[in-house]
Design a protein around this ligand. Structure first.
Ligand code: ATP
Ligand code: MG
Length: 396
């Protein structure tokens, strides 16, 4: 990332050579002061997007409407955004139109939190108009300006405050927290996708319990789909799995009326995620009732089995643990891992029985699959042929 900062510095220098003001802004400055590696480096400038594009050879239009041009410098992509003040806010969501401005101060003023409203010159001088540095030192999340006004403008900021508390292990300033409590209802104006994206950032954060505590105490949790039963001990026992799948499954397990399908649909998760969460909930439920059987080891993949084993002990107490190594050994020593591991195919069966394909074929293959899995017959063509002929004779 030294390379990233170098690339950023050279972009700023080029903009300044062309007579424009340009600085580092946002999360990158915050993370620089915290001596943490920044996610991505953002630059703000008074140059308009078209002006930026004239200066640099390699650019990509990533969000011209919002004033953002991606500049590729020495192979490093960096977002360069024109200073802007957000236009009118409608419906407590992000503003529909933005106004480009020539002043950095206006650009910083529209930002959500003081720690996110810092700017830095290319020679690493901090521009701190809202005491962001002091708040950063005190590990405080505080809105720029009146918190009620700022949350009324864009209700997602409330959830961003909570997500940052979980990511950074920061507290939310008292006034800001009170404002969240009084504006919590407005979260309903925000699209589910944006809400889900913030929650997913929380799921992979390293202070999940802190975030969950705020989510409930701020009453924002009441605005989310499903019920967020806050079993204090359980969320704290969960620790920091830093894994979205595990957190979604845990949330499903804690619901009074467990309906994985409804909850995952309400959060508009992808079909892929929905399926994985459903499997993990199922495996955890099974594991709470008994040890995994051969069929369980076969049905679930390693990721699901391992997560189910850790989740079940958070969810229920007194279940005898099974070492992860044992689970993996059991899984890996199965005779087959899937149907495709069978040495025989439908074609073989049609040959042996001199019969054309049909529903019988699928049944016979499933029977072979189960027999091999349960070691009634070894995965060998001659042995399987012998076994299946025998089986079909005894059936008649
Ligand atoms: P991360 O490390 O998660 O990327 P970040 O601070 O860079 O953190 P982004 O969501 O990438 O967060 O936003 C970049 C900057 O844009 C923020 O630092 C903040 O200044 C501003 N910002 C983002 N979303 C909002 C918002 N809803 N309201 C006001 N300012 C915002
Ligand atoms: Mg960012």
């Amino acid at each position: 990332t030294t390379e990233n900062w170098q690339a950023g510095k050279s972009i700023i220098r080029r903009l300044k050579e062309n007579g424009y003001e340009a600085v580092f802004v946002g999360g990158a400055v915050r993370d620089f002061l915290r001596q943490k590696v920044a996610n991505d480096i953002d630059i703000a400038t008074c140059a308009l997007p078209e002006e930026v594009k004239l200066i640099f050879k390699r650019t990509v239009d990533v969000g011209l409407a919002h004033g953002t041009v991606l500049v590729i410098e020495d192979g490093v992509p960096i977002e360069v955004t024109t200073f802007r003040s957000d236009g009118e806010y409608e419906d407590h969501r992000r503003p529909t139109d933005v106004k480009f401005v020539r002043s950095l101060e206006e650009d910083l003023r529209r930002r959500d939190f003081t720690m996110n409203a810092l700017a830095m010159t290319e020679s690493f001088q901090i521009i701190d108009l809202f005491n962001g540095r002091r708040d950063l030192e005190n590990r405080l999340i505080r809105t720029v300006g009146n918190p009620i006004d700022r949350f009324k403008e864009d209700a997602l900021r409330m959830l961003r405050a909570i997500r940052f508390s979980a990511q950074l292990d920061f507290s939310i300033d008292h006034q800001s927290l009170k404002a969240i409590q009084s504006c919590a209802d407005d979260l309903s104006y925000v699209s589910v996708e944006r809400v889900t994206a913030e929650l997913e950032k929380m799921w992979v954060s390293s202070n999940l319990h802190k975030g969950m505590t705020y989510l409930v105490s701020s009453q924002l949790a009441d605005q989310l789909p499903g019920d967020f039963p806050f079993h204090h001990d359980k969320w704290s026992n969960l620790g920091n799995p830093q894994n979205a799948l595990v957190c979604w499954a845990f949330l499903c397990l804690l619901q009074d009326e467990p309906s994985v399908t409804e909850l995952t649909k309400a959060f508009r998760l992808s079909n892929e995620s929905k399926g994985r969460i459903k499997q993990l909930v199922k495996a955890t439920t099974i594991r709470s009732e008994r040890m995994f059987t051969v069929d369980d080891f076969y049905l679930f993949d390693e990721e699901i089995l391992v997560h189910a084993e850790s989740l079940v002990h958070v969810w229920q107490i007194g279940i005898p643990p099974m070492p992860i190594e044992t689970i993996l050994n059991n899984k890996r020593s199965l005779p087959i891992q899937s149907k495709s591991d069978l040495v025989v195919t439908g074609k073989d069966l049609m040959g042996w029985f001199s019969k054309r394909g049909g529903p019988w074929l699928k049944e016979a293959l499933s029977a072979i699959e189960m027999a091999v899995l349960h070691q009634k017959v070894v995965n060998d063509a001659t042995k399987i042929k012998e076994w299946i002929m025998n089986e079909s004779n005894s059936e008649i």
